[in-house]
Design a protein around this ligand. Structure first.
Ligand code: SF4
Length: 112
């Protein structure tokens, strides 16, 4: 038996799939960040890089180049979006960092 599928049906399906797949990617990223354990600032690597969960608490004497507007959410290494409360970081694999956090590796995300 042959089922007749109209061109309109194919086009509508393709549009729906095109809209849905990026949404899946977003959900996947959000779920991945939620599943990752939060980076503990007292872990040796985090400590060595001066990671803090809140950029407002950075030790200014120890980090004279730090500026208050520098935070994980606008860092090139941050895997989340600007508004995400936490997300992965390319430096700390398998851990999530706070969007409001900071460490010595901070570098401005292009376009941020
Ligand atoms: S590298 Fe960037 S995103 Fe990662 S902890 Fe440091 S400041 Fe935050």
């Amino acid at each position: 038996m042959q089922t007749k599928i109209s061109r309109r049906t194919v086009v509508k399906s393709a549009i729906a799939a095109g809209a849905f797949i990026p949404a899946l990617g977003f959900i996947d990223t959000a779920m991945a960040a939620a599943a990752m354990p939060a980076l503990d600032p007292s872990e040796p690597t985090a400590k060595a890089l001066g990671y803090v969960k809140d950029t407002a608490t950075v030790d200014a004497k120890a980090n004279p180049t730090h500026k208050p507007e520098q935070k994980c959410s606008n860092c090139a290494q941050y895997q989340g979006k600007a508004g995400d409360a936490n997300a992965g970081c390319n430096i700390f694999a398998g851990k999530s960092v706070a969007g409001a956090g900071w460490c010595k590796v901070w570098a401005k995300k292009p376009g941020a």
